[in-house]
Design a protein around this ligand. Sequence first.
Ligand code: ZN
Length: 1099
Amino acid sequence: MATPGGPRPGNAPPNYNPNALANNMQNLQINQQQSSNVGGTAHRPPNTSPFGQQPPPFTGSRPGPIPPGVFARGPMPPSNPAQTTLPPNMVPTRPTGPPPGSRPPPFASRPPPPGALPSPITGTAAPPNSGAGPRPGPFSFSPLTSGPSAPPQMSSHGQVSNGPPAFGPGMAQSGPRFPPAMGGMPRPSGGPPQSPPVLSSGPSSQPLQVRPSFGSPPAGVSSSIGQLAPPFSTPSQAPPFSAPSPAPPFSASPQNMPPPPGSSPFSPPVPGVLHSSGSPFGMQTWPPQQQQQQQVAPPPLIPGAMQKQQMFGMPPGQPPLPNQSMSLGQTGQSKIDPNQIPRLSTSSSVILHETRHDNQANPPPPATSEYIVKDTGNCSPRYIRCTINQIPCTVDLLSTSAMQLALLVQPLALPHPSEEPIQVVDFGESGPVRCSRCKGYINPFMKFIDQGRRFICNFCGFTDETPRDYHCNLGPDGRRRDADERPELCRGTVEFIASKEYMVREPMPAVFFFLIDVSMNAIQTGATAAACSAISQVISDLPEGPRTMVGIATFDSTIHFYNLKRALQQPLMLIVPDVQDVYTPLESDVIVQLAECRQHLEILLESIPTMFQNNRIADSAFGAAVKAAFLAMKNTGGKLLVFQSVLPSTGIGSLSAREADGRSNISAGEKEAHKLLQPVDKTLKTMAIEFAEYQVCVDLFITTQTYVDIASLSVVPKTTGGQVYYYYPFSALSDAAKLYNDLRWNVMRPQGFEAVMRVRCSQGIQVQEYSGNFCKRIPTDVDLPAIDCDKTIMVSLKHDDKLQEGSECAFQCALLYTTVYGQRRIRVSTLSLPCTNMLSNLFRSADLDTQFACILKQAANEIPSGPLAQVRDQATNACINILYSYRKFCATVSSSGQLILPEALKLLPLYTLALLKSNGLRTDGRIDDRSFWMNYVSPLPTPLVIPLVYPRMIAIHELDEKELELDDSIIPTSIPLSSEHISDDGIYLLENGQDCLIYVGASVQQNVLQQLFGISSVEEISNQFILEQYDNQLSKKLNAIVNEIRRQRCSYLRLKLCKKGDSSGMMFFSYMVEDKTPSGLSYVEYLIHIHRQIQSKMT
Ligand SMILES: [Zn+2]
């Protein structure tokens, strides 16, 4: 092309010069900044930091805030509840996919000769630099300045907020649904939005207004103070857990089958133990403490196991700890009874969990179990879990236990549909009550004294005056008389409406920018078409606020923006040729209100694969494209969704195929392999930090068939609060559905923007380190350009003082964020746990799932910094040290020939062994696979950690033998991961939250193959598999199971059909982690190894 950087022919002004375009673009950016500065950078007053004395999250670092007044928003959010909730049920009512009828593609295929393009691109639109004079501010033409976006609706007393819920009831409560993306793209069927559980009772007179954040629509709230009484204020009302369940979240099967009646994953619960749709791993029940005491039973067959003896930290008379012991002789396996080996237990009951009982913290159920939480003062374990549910008073006690003290924080976790919504509290202009010293937020554990006139902070111990309008007398029990009516005084989690002081600018709009690789490889593998199709369908699922904005760009060796302005008849392409020094067209042209450009966008997405179908440009300017898109989003922030198919090869941030270099030099490769898991240089990291400063979050969808250096690329999502999706080897046939569903959940799930998070602890404990996907500019806070319900942050803790036995230690996570509807909120979760001086209490209250999640995340963090063998040894040693401590100080068995495992941690060896055999720590994996694993693990929620290393396996062929009614307990009991359980005439499904392998034995009956897969012999199994539903019970049941697993995991799962004797079969058997492998021990051997290590430490 003569002018590779020019706009598409037809638009070039006379004497067009691409460099002039570039220069003008840069000038325009300079102008924008200046105009922004005229608008005034609202520096936060020094005393208004939402997080205490630290620098405010955005001050100063955000040049170019939007000029005040440009967004005509009142203090109240949009008033139309229909637009402000996001129930999935709304989706089917809107058209999906490309518009009907065939439209002429607006662009010719690329690369066209100059002047050869058809008329669509001609037209009156001038190139973005054509305006010579001073240009108005970037948003001055924006429809955001007008229209019904946010009429102020301040109620007369100013205390009632009538904004919409943060997330629609269906949205937050029902998890994802995964309609298929293939074929006819049937939309999920769903009923009308269901009312959220209504739990309010009689009138109440509390002055502060309260409403459920996920609950009832805001209409009418302002007029009826007191009608929204806190749901728990009158215990005589209907039981809190009796709310009807919403529509099943996952309602579409690949054949568009409606969910079978009664198959709702959350059928109406009844108090007590419920039947479940199958908890991920059944349940390892952890009953409340009282019951736990009753369950302390001596393990069978172990003579002398319960001898009484004085234990470290355990007073005489203390009941012995529950544990499991096995006779393990030095000689090995002969003495091991396979029935004694600790295994995952399965149970189909749902646990009802009250977070506090009798003014004491209740240890939570296992993260992998299905449970329903009633928040009675501590936050739900979905939001914060601690590795130990009692806090050691001293650092010495903690080190003796060899356990780690850490929190796993998931501040926006999806609640169970039967749980009460989080309540939103509005303190008006003064903002929430906080400790004036440490800035901790008011919570149920702050103690009011002096007739309520003062309160003592449970974090720093400081005594504050109660604000005059917050005063209330104390009752005979010493609590405030209004404590049960105020969520912030009786609930572990509340959401505060953020007052002005929590904003440095107007809350940002929801901005979604799609960036699509159209280089030769992406086009030829179908990745571009799959991405465009997925985006096109997802457009209708974007949060539909009036402030939702979208943009789109494509890239190969150059970057192509599209002007989506309504005034233009067809989208106009604007090319950015300079991939070293990137600029961007005017953002007001390329990021447009969704409502304004929906049609343009759909036409464009339909045309892109055709436009570029003959593209022969193999180079990819990934870094430059991401940077250019960022520049377009800089003024608002938002989500940048990148679809990338090849190794970035040109422009800033280009990479090389260093994996191949490593392979060709074996000796160096062995020693230096871990360096391939580090980013190659700091270019992308530096860019990512800048993105984070401007609240731009990058998600990366890698649809590739080659090495793309995920270790380098993933720095961008990791630093900006995003994530990596990985489709390798990408198949347009079998991966398109997953790509679509991943993207759909990405934009639909509960999420927030421009967030800052901090965890506070009581005196004596402090945060040592945060780990996860975020950017950190000051030690105490993490910056999250975006955060969603799936993101978890590990917070490791350390002692800085002694704690008092008998006191409680509190942790509080405060997340300041903007909802997708532009409301500023502070979600505050508080967890208060007892302190103990007794080692036995630590083991008794250890949380296996959380502890293992921490071990796994730490291992992932270690992988890039040292040889793999070292990381593997560290994981095993962590396990050994914990069990050794228990054996030495707590167990009461005298025989050294026995392996004693604390009951709460009895599966730790199994999980650790599984970790050693995982994609991340096994020695034979691909570099990109390991990099992806590390990235996947980094923000992984606790409930997904166990299945990642120890997947769930079930027998499919046996489904036929059981009753074929599609009842509540959809998912059958899982099978241990050992090949001795795999028979040749069986079919097995194995899933780990990401992938779902279906293994077909060599001698499966033909009619079963026909029923399930429509094939007549195992030989017909193909590499590319799409699960279809046939008209028979077995097939329906398999589909129902897969759909239920998808719902539980919030993941569509990559399906693969496996058979014996080829690579797919080997992949399946590589998950049999209890087997002995050439490079790994069997489960029994590993137990013996652990036991010997403990014995040698004992002597
Ligand atoms: Zn304080």
